[in-house]
Design a protein around this ligand. Structure first.
Ligand code: PLP
Length: 469
């Protein structure tokens, strides 16, 4: 499989190189040159397969030429065998023809584990083969950091540095990062805010001389392998609900448009997906596009669903590329307009095309809590605030009551106790067994001033399993 840039002016890469690449050199994002397409018979024959075997069949074309079938099978079995629920992504019914797909049975209790657990193992496999070491640097406001660290903790050839704003993440979130003690794991608390952390990461990618030649890898949501890993569970849910004989709809709590884009790809690969609902909080740039063809930046608002607090959606460019007939030149122009003016809209017929599949809703904090309370009252299930937004949007936007609607359950409610409490649920939530001693574990973290020189010096000093680069 070869991968091309959405802006049409960067070299095509194979899977191995796309795994190690961040943005393409022309500023675009990598996408497959040709999407694999499965027949209905083929998809039907996968019914009942264990999760890792289904994932193998769905993802195999994307890694072809870079990873052997035997190795890839084993990697997938290890990745998803470590999840706490033997069904990996179980469905729970809330209502007539309405389900939540629980994607939070991985080690950090959020759906990002599906991608980052796999990414860590893929990196390790390819780096061992190439006998190469890399450094990962990332910034987190809480959630992605722990999933990335958990994903890389066993990687022989990766050192990971995660920056978080000192004393500005919740205790559970901090402990999920700082209690992982491998010699290649480096938690840095910056005396600044999340934007300061992110700026330092960006600047480090722009000038990598402090790394003395070691390659820097991005594990943020634009990494193609993360998108790829999220396609599998759309097939998994749909097959259980009668696909391919029957169509299925999905509602996806959305921030950077990575997760829902994987659903869009599943459909283009042959899965009968009749509707995709973009569910956002009040940071609703995607809802503004879907409802009125207006994509423009606004100020960031803190919400009860912090993992969806974004100003722009980094993966949306991948959908725009398809809407423009995969014309890289047209897309480069569109994105440069967006960069200059902070807004864009597309020609009417392209927008109408998108609306055939996508609907959207922006959900307030108030409605998020009301949905958590309503679902608890009717079913006894406690939803996390992100998932609740998905449920609310599914109910408002649903086109056809006889089509199964699956809401992606993106996080475990124990991660977001504030929202659950605000929803008036008195029940105390317990950490799952594998995290029950989280508050007793030893922590390791370095506090650094809000200065890029200090951070880069620290990386250079510790980037080789705690030793200097
Ligand atoms: C990251 C995240 C999202 C948003 O996913 P995107 O792929 O960025 O759209 C939703 N919910 C939770 C809990 C998340 O961690």
């Amino acid at each position: 499989m070869r991968y091309i840039s959405t802006r049409g002016n960067a070299p095509a890469l194979n899977f191995e190189d796309v795994l190690l690449a961040g943005l393409a050199s022309d500023g675009g994002l990598y996408v497959p040159e040709n999407l694999p397409r499965f027949t209905q018979e083929e998809i039907a024959s996968w019914a009942g397969l264990p999760y890792h075997e289904l994932a193998f069949r769905v993802m195999r074309p994307f890694v072809e030429g870079s990873i052997s079938d035997t190795d890839f099978k084993q990697i997938l079995e290890e990745t998803y065998g470590a999840f706490a629920h033997s069904a990996v992504a179980p469905l729970r019914q809330l209502n007539a023809n309405e389900w939540v797909m629980e994607l939070f049975h991985g080690p950090t209790l959020a759906f990002k584990d599906f991608a980052l657990q796999l990414l860590g193992r893929l990196l390790d496999h390819i780096l061992l083969k190439r006998d190469e070491r890399v450094v990962i640097i990332g910034a987190t406001s809480g959630d992605t950091g722990s999933a990335a660290i958990e994903g890389c903790r066993r990687c022989e050839n990766v050192d990971i540095f995660i920056l978080h704003p000192h004393q500005r993440v919740s205790e559970v979130q901090r402990r999920q990062m700082t209690t992982i003690l491998g010699e290649n794991i480096h938690n840095i608390a910056i005396e600044g805010n999340f934007d300061d952390c992110q700026e330092m990461v960006k600047a480090s990618f722009a000038d990598q001389s402090f790394l003395k030649g070691t390659r820097l890898v991005a594990v943020n949501s634009i990494n193609w392998a993360r998108i790829m890993a999220q396609i599998g569970y759309y097939f998994h849910a749909a097959l259980q609900l009668g696909a391919p004989a029957r169509s299925v709809a999905f509602s996806v709590p959305t921030g950077n448009f990575g997760d829902i884009f994987a659903g869009y790809l599943a459909r283009n690969m042959g899965l009968p997906v009749s509707q995709l609902v973009v569910a956002t909080n009040r940071n609703d740039i995607l809802h503004r596009f879907m409802s009125g063809n207006q994509y423009f930046k606004e100020t960031l608002h803190a919400s009860l669903s912090p993992s969806m607090d974004i100003m722009v959606s980094s993966n949306f460019e991948r959908l725009l590329f398809d809407l423009h007939g995969r014309n890289g030149v047209a897309l480069a122009e569109l994105m440069s307009t967006f960069k200059a003016t902070g807004k864009l809209s597309v020609e009417e017929d392209r927008w109408v095309e998108a609306r055939k599949l996508f609907d959207s809703l922006a959900v307030s904090d108030e409605d998020t809590c009301a949905t958590i309370a309503d679902v608890f009252k009717r079913t006894g299930e406690v939803l996390d605030p992100h998932t609740a937004i998905g449920v609310k949007a599914a109910r408002e936007c649903r086109r056809n009551l006889s089509t199964p609607m699956v809401v992606l359950g993106t996080a475990h409610p124990v991660k977001f106790p504030d929202a659950v409490e605000k929803a008036g649920i008195g029940k105390a939530l317990e950490l799952p067994a594998h995290l029950s001693d989280l508050f007793q574990r030893e922590e390791r973290c370095t506090v650094l001033p809000n200065a890029i020189e200090a951070v880069q010096a620290f990386v250079a000093q510790h980037g080789n399993r705690g030793r200097p680069l």
